[in-house]
Design a protein around this ligand. Structure first.
Ligand SMILES: C[S@@+](CC[C@H](N)C(=O)[O-])C[C@H]1O[C@@H](n2cnc3c(N)ncnc32)[C@H](O)[C@@H]1O
Length: 369
């Protein structure tokens, strides 16, 4: 009998990570082929069976069914031999209509996003001993139709890679995220030991989903506006629509670093978003710096600069340029860091995500003396 595939081989890890992250079937097939040196051998099929299909547990059944269908089609196309238990499981899925009802609107699935640190990254403070960081995230199956914030958007994958690649920019800093969605960025910030993590969203169902994701990953959640220096391991979640966020509410947050992923897309919201950013970033100039630890000279507040890192995919250039012009009017200094601050590629198994499609902006308040 042929030897079993070793799950610690990079190609096998990629295949498993892709299945756990619920990547599209084409991506899984391409990883499966890589494991078998170009074809989906008996060994590869047995590996998939052993690690995902024999005890599907909390895997999403319609997703596995679809993958299984593609897998069988590909093996047959190659004139290979499909293992009997794969056929049997597929037949079982075919006769069970119960699973398909899970694809209804509003249904949630649990994706497991792993960040395998490649060779040479073990020196990073963010790299765990196992060399793989993994988060479970409850998401919506539907990116649109009111579930925008319950999906994982590419810019939050990018910001996560940035945080894990450059922990020094966030560790021991108080970090505040706008439009946090599922909460992935917050999990990474907590992992690199930001001194405070405050997440926010303007959608209540997104906020509820975000909180349950933080709990799912064993973080404490504090819902109300933070009392300073309470419990540093606690993540705060705020309901914060940009339209109604008051100046004093924003001044109370007082972060060192503001983050935002895929928040530049709706022209109607942009003036409000820019107002929120300029209040958060202008606090220093207003003399609101209350965190002497991050100020070199607390009495003069010198060298403390609030900064925002905003990651975005440009889907409509006019909307993006509108954001830039509003920022200019609000004295925001926006620098494109895309080519100068590249994160390590920690998600190479995820074919649905292209790091190069994301732009990184660094925003500060333009100090006019
Ligand atoms: C495209 S999603 C991105 C979510 C997450 N940052 C990510 O990248 O996966 C945009 C997020 O911004 C939030 N959002 C949109 N408009 C908002 C507003 N006016 N006020 C506050 N949050 C808003 C949405 O609820 C959603 O969670």
């Amino acid at each position: 009998m042929e030897e079993k595939l070793d799950p610690s081989l990079p190609c096998c890890r990629h295949l498993l990570s892709a299945i756990l992250a619920m990547e599209p079937s084409e991506c899984l097939i391409s990883h499966a082929r890589a494991c078998g040196g170009g074809s989906i051998t008996d060994q590869v099929q047995q590996f998939i069976w052993d690690h995902c299909l024999s005890a599907p547990g909390d895997f999403h059944a319609p997703y596995l069914k679809n993958f299984l269908k593609k897998l069988i089609t590909q093996v047959e196309f190659d004139h290979g031999c499909v293992l009997d238990h794969l056929y049997e499981l597929y037949a079982l899925y075919m006769t069970s209509s119960k699973d398909d009802s899970l694809v209804k609107r509003g249904a949630r699935i649990c994706k497991r996003i792993s960040f395998p640190f490649p060779d040479g990254c073990s020196e990073l403070q963010s790299c765990p001993q196992s060399r793989v960081l993994e988060f479970s995230l409850q998401c919506s199956l539907n990116m649109l139709e009111g579930d925008t914030g319950c999906s994982i958007w590419p810019s939050s994958l990018f910001l996560s890679e940035l945080i894990l690649s450059h922990p020094e920019l966030f560790s021991n800093k108080s970090c505040f995220e706008i439009g946090s969605g599922v909460g992935l960025v917050g999990l990474c910030l907590a992992h690199v030991k930001a001194s405070k993590v405050i997440l926010s969203d303007g959608d209540l169902s997104t906020l509820a989903n975000m909180k349950s994701n933080l709990e799912l990953n064993h973080l404490n959640v504090e819902a109300d506006l933070p009392e300073r220096n309470k419990n540093p391991s606690t993540v705060k979640c705020l309901y914060l629509p940009w339209e109604s966020a008051s100046e004093s509410e924003l001044q109370d947050i007082m972060p060192d670093v503001v983050l935002g992923a895929d928040v530049i897309y709706d022209p109607v919201c942009l003036p409000h978003l820019v107002r929120v950013l300029s209040i958060l970033l202008n606090q220093m100039n207003l003399g609101f710096c209350r965190q002497p630890a991050s100020c070199k000279d607390p009495s003069l507040n010198i060298e403390h600069e609030n900064v925002a890192y905003i990651a975005c995919v440009i889907r409509n250039i006019e909307t993006f340029n509108y954001f830039l012009s509003l920022g200019e009017q609000a004295n925001l200094h926006i620098v494109d860091l895309t080519d100068s601050l590249k994160p390590v590629n920690l998600l190479c198994y995820m074919h649905s995500y292209n790091q190069a499609s994301v732009k990184l902006l660094r925003i500060t308040f333009r100090n006019i003396q």
